[in-house]
Ligand binder design. Structure first.
Ligand SMILES: Cc1cc2nc3c(=O)[nH]c(=O)nc-3n(C[C@H](O)[C@H](O)[C@H](O)COP(=O)(O)O)c2cc1C
Length: 542
């Protein structure tokens, strides 16, 4: 397929773009996909490496413990090892990602059906799918959490199913465990607000269908890959929104053995039928909530075809404990949805930003809402409740803060809670929350609850007691001239006004820092008073 018929990058073009930006590492030495591959990439999330320094890893020499060599390379982190990588896939700088999502959701573009597709360059069917080393077993599918996981598992999936009643397709990122060369077990969340594919499964069951057609797509063009984890309204076709992101129709092709449309430029498509009668144990698997999901019954899928490009690369997402690729993908996708829900749907103009807390808590549990100083209290509470109840499995703990608090800095957050919140007035707990995605079983009847906190300033406060920006910057130049250890400024690193500050104090501070402090003593001498208790307030503005 020529580039002129594809005005958006496929995975190969995306990897080239990452390479050009120094964001792709190529590892040519043999790496064991089951014992070493994910653990190696994990180090960049737990090794004290800055987010901006994280890279995508392309493994060109993948092996297993039995000495088997795999023909296809594996790439981890190519969609979202960090925000810079995600933004290259999105074709816009990080700060424009939200606007691009908003625009795509408002302006979806229907896909174009093509007949000749790169993903059909190689077609494997029938007997060729059977036997060790064949079918799925020829794909280098890594083990994600060696030491806990029981199977190599596909994680970077776009799983396509069709609503048997409306004909609308759904595409979600669901994991699938390798069980046999022609069998996977797919896990679709069954909780309220869970997987769209599960709703299709239920409809097939209700109609008495014994199977559900399914296509597991790996290595989609990034605009399509981003759709898998995105939380769209049910019955919104992800291909249309991907077209909205691309600003052009996405090319789709009919799958070979199931009645489904798949992205034409995908690297690999695994076609088959999900059993709607029988379920099979799946997991343990290290989950994105940061705990290991223990064994549960999930959906066996019998494979009818594997199609792939001749030069196919198999992507794998690193998930489990946040931060991870999985949490970066979701964060960049979900935060704009929350912000737009509060600002546009609920019309709360004081909301500036919604941040989903990432390290360890993994986005779904702790939501920080940044509001403009002076936003009416009633609006802050509307924002807290709006964020808590926007999605069934998000927002267990919601905290409103002002924009001088960095939502990614837990110390700053505790500082706001310590000085700006009166627990009796500014904290509420609410009953009736489902367990959501977490180590407790999602199907449990036991309820969780919600905690809302208003940690915003309730009025003007005195400045933060650090030298102001001009003095800190001046001192930084000296620090660097003295060749002292490299600085990594941590906000807040300079003092700023929090509203309660007067021009007279500004002038006095200026005099104090420029050697004229005795003048301040002459002024205050004239302001002496008799008979007042020490620590009585004095304001030079009267
Ligand atoms: C790496 C990764 C793995 C995921 N695994 C699963 C999974 O196994 N099952 C599931 O239901 N959701 C999983 N999710 C979350 C879904 O992709 C997400 O809820 C998405 O909205 C589902 O699409 P849907 O709304 O069309 O069902 C995963 C997300 C990521 C990023």
């Amino acid at each position: 397929m020529s580039d002129s018929s594809r005005p958006y990058p496929d995975l190969h073009a995306h990897l080239e773009a990452l390479k050009a930006e120094g964001l792709l590492l190529t590892i040519d030495e043999p790496i064991d996909k089951d014992a070493e591959l994910h653990a190696l990439v994990r180090w960049q999330f737990v090794g004290g490496i800055e987010e901006a320094q994280r890279k995508a890893f392309l493994f060109t020499n993948v092996v297993n413990a039995h000495g088997r060599k795999y023909a296809m390379p594996v790439v981890v982190g190519a969609i979202a090892a960090n925000r810079a990588i995600y933004s290259i896939g999105m074709g816009v700088p990080v700060e424009k990602i939200q606007t691009k999502w908003d625009h795509a959701l408002a302006h979806p573009v229907k896909p174009t059906l093509v007949t000749n597709a790169a993903c059909h360059e190689v077609v494997i069917e029938g007997e060729a799918l059977k036997g060790e080393g064949h079918g799925l077993d020829m794909l280098p599918i890594p083990v994600s959490t060696p030491g806990f996981d029981s199977a190599p598992t596909l994680t970077a999936t776009n799983v396509v199913t069709r609503d048997p009643e409306t004909g609308v397709q759904n595409m979600g990122t669901y994991r699938a465990a390798l069980k046999a060369p022609d069998r996977l077990v797919v896990r679709m969340a069954t909780r309220v607000g869970g997987a769209g594919g599960y709703q299709h499964y239920l409809k097939h069951q209700k109609r008495g269908d014994k199977t559900m057609p399914c296509a597991i797509v790996l290595g989609c063009p990034p605009y399509v890959a981003f759709m898998g984890p995105q939380k769209l309204p049910i019955d919104m076709d992800e291909f249309d929104v991907a077209g909205g992101l691309a600003g052009a129709p996405i090319n789709v092709v009919k799958a070979k053995t199931v009645d489904l449309l798949v992205p034409a430029e995908a690297e690999i498509v695994i076609e088959g039928f999900i059993d709607t009668e029988y379920v099979e144990p799946e997991a343990p698997f290290g989950e994105s909530h940061g705990h290991v999901a223990l064994e549960e019954y999930n959906m066996p899928m019998r494979i009818t075809a594997i199609t792939h490009r001749k030069d196919a690369v198999i992507p794998s997402y690193i998930s489990q404990v946040a931060p991870s690729e999985s949490s970066v993908i979701k964060r960049v996708a979900y935060e704009p949805l929350f912000t737009s829900h509060l600002r546009s749907t609920l019309g709360i103009r004081g909301v500036k930003r919604v941040s989903l807390h990432e390290p360890l808590t993994g986005l779904l549990r702790v939501t920080l809402i940044t509001v403009e100083k002076g936003t009416p209290r009633t609006e802050i509470w509307r924002a807290l409740e709006g964020a808590a109840f926007f999605k069934g499995d998000c927002g267990k703990i919601c905290v409103a803060i002002n924009d001088d608090i960095d939502p990614d800095n837990a110390d700053a957050l505790l500082w706001a809670m310590a000085y700006r919140m009166n627990p009796v007035e500014d904290v509420r707990t609410l009953p009736h929350r489902g367990q959501g995605h977490g180590p407790k079983r999602e199907s449990d009847d036991e309820e969780d609850s919600t905690l809302l906190m208003d940690a915003t300033m309730k009025g003007d406060m005195p400045p933060l007691a650090l030298p102001t920006q001009e003095y800190m910057e001046r001192a930084k130049k000296i620090w660097e001239r003295l060749k002292l250890p490299a600085l990594r400024p941590q906000a807040p690193w300079y003092g700023y006004s929090l509203g309660d500050w007067l021009p007279q104090w500004d002038a006095a501070a200026k005099r104090a820092a420029t050697g004229d402090y005795l003048e301040n003593g002459r002024i205050s001498e004239k302001q002496q008073q008799k008979g007042l208790k020490p620590e009585t307030k004095f304001r030079p503005d009267g």
